[in-house]
Design a protein around this ligand. Sequence first.
Ligand code: SAH
Length: 350
Amino acid sequence: MEKIDIKSMNINELEDLLKELGEPKFRAKQIFDWLHAKQVDSFEEMTNLSKGLREKLSETASINGVEMVRKLVSQIDGTRKYLFALSDGAIIESVLMKYEHGNTVCISTQVGCRMGCKFCASTLDGVERGLTAGEMLSQIYAIQKDCGERVHGTVLMGSGEPLDNYDNVVKFLRLINDPKGQNMGQRHITLSTCGLVEKIYDLAEEDLQITLAVSLHAPNDGIRTQTMPIAKVYSMDRLLQACRDYADKTKRRITFEYALIHGVNDGDEHAWELVKKLRDMLCHINLIPVNDVKERNYVKSTAERVKRFASILNENGVETTVRRKLGSDIDAACGQLRRSHMKNEQKTEE
Ligand code: SAH
């Protein structure tokens, strides 16, 4: 029988489990505290539980964490990139970024991805599976332990499409925010999506204070369909309407991510098109010079182009920033480390 994934359970679910095991309800809070405040990795460490209960728990449940396979530390800015193995051996990557306002971790939500964006290394081999809420938490807990500092914020921008693993991701968002656990402020959490419209509407109903980031990467459907297959399912009009409705409902400002690709989406005319479409919206644009992916022919826009693009937007009512690049010496972008790891493994096997 498969063991219960105890790290993905909230206090109510733990209470039900303890009832089934014939144990008093208050034990649930103690177990939650061990798992999510003290962040231990084994039942043996839960020393205020009786030996009998600890044994019962290890028979019925398991604490699925992540195991560090590799770590790279940037000599430039202290960014740390991790490769973690999950309990089934699948490999994911996470990144710790050190900002002045605190430590932020970028976590993966799926093993691989099935969205097929042409510029993204995470999607080249498709998706294997979605991560459990506990596996998402574990990335943060493990990094916190490794760096010995508190992690204040999280971005769901590692491998995977968060809204394609909706239930587990929402569960994660509630658990990481739980005052009895890590107690991470929702306003310090950003969920990034390629734009699954129905799920954006669902998310708006969850009453969360997180920031929604939408990967736009193009000013119109013609260009967007060339780089993002999902654009064939949801037109940009529908996507932008969903974003407007999301902002209306949640009163939260949306972030649009826009990776500038030389000669593809970085012309003045493209910036003007964006101005027309976004001027009246509660939003913010994050420009990112694309990270070249060798498998594709995309190269980043020049620094002058980025500057000019940003100034057209900024001068015409669309607030825009250019994302500072961290960890450029350690393959820190978008599935690149995992991909080079998998390739090396393949080579060794051959
Ligand atoms: N699936 C989600 C989140 C994961 S990707 C999404 O699509 O938003 C996180 C961000 O990195 C997305 O904006 C994605 O489009 C971007 N990204 C992927 N590959 C990139 C590359 N080579 N250069 C710059 N940004 C990239």
